[in-house]
Design a protein around this ligand. Structure first.
Ligand SMILES: N[C@@H](CCC(=O)N[C@@H](CS)C(=O)NCC(=O)O)C(=O)O
Length: 201
């Protein structure tokens, strides 16, 4: 199996952590959506990472579709996204909040990095960052420091997506230690676990 993408991308890292958590062997091609677009397009005509090339040559694109495939194929009774019911909805709610937070954080970064300075619209950046931090604060409020994981007493996609969103926020200069202290501490602890540690960019 081949994972296409760099772990600087939160979407790619989510997939890399998931592959590791499921104990799936893979090789990674460190390609960037912006810097290596032509190479990325071979796997994904949109030119975005991540993409996952399966052993039979089929390519799955977009982190949501990739996670869905990995859960279906490798999750069995311990899927990182529960298969149905209230548990599934609860995990998907956190994942949607955290992936939305990543989308917003990256929109803010793109506004700053992909426009000439005179065309950067600061209110848009502020609005995106406010949405990102509001979502992170909501999940921070769900963290029970006495419990090792966010829900169900075990690792789920809620933890993985909260981890990558907190790390992205930190990279975007959000002071998560002050603004989302429980999430910040939780991320630091998860980083000592192999699937998280081994995917550090
Ligand atoms: N919805 C996609 C988003 C993927 C995405 O935005 N990837 C970025 C890197 S973080 C990318 O490749 N951007 C290049 C581009 O959009 O041109 C997913 O979840 O996989």
């Amino acid at each position: 199996m081949q994972l296409i993408g760099v772990n600087r991308s939160p979407y790619t890292r989510r997939v890399a952590i998931t592959l590791n958590a499921y104990g799936i062997a893979y090789v990674q091609r460190d390609l960037s959506g912006f810097g290596n677009r032509n190479e990325v397009r071979v796997a994904n005509p949109l030119g975005r990472i991540p993409a996952l090339v399966l052993d039979d040559g089929e390519t799955v694109i977009d982190s949501v579709a990739i996670i869905d495939h990995l859960d279906e194929r490798h999750g069995r009774d311990r899927a990182l996204t529960p298969p149905d019911g209230a548990d599934r909805r609860a995990v998907l709610r956190v994942a949607a909040l955290m992936m939305g937070a990543c989308d917003k954080g990256l929109q803010a970064a793109y506004e700053r990095n992909h426009h000439p300075p005179e065309k950067v619209h600061l209110p848009w950046i502020d609005d995106c960052m406010a949405q990102m931090t509001a979502a992170l604060a909501a999940v921070d409020a769900m963290v029970d420091p006495a419990q090792p994981y966010l829900m169900l007493g075990r690792l789920t996609q809620a933890d993985i997506t909260a981890f990558i969103a907190e790390r992205l926020a930190r990279g975007l200069k959000v002071d998560t230690a002050t603004e989302m202290p429980r999430l910040h501490t939780r991320s630091r602890r998860l980083l000592t676990h192999e699937p998280f540690h081994s995917t550090e960019p």
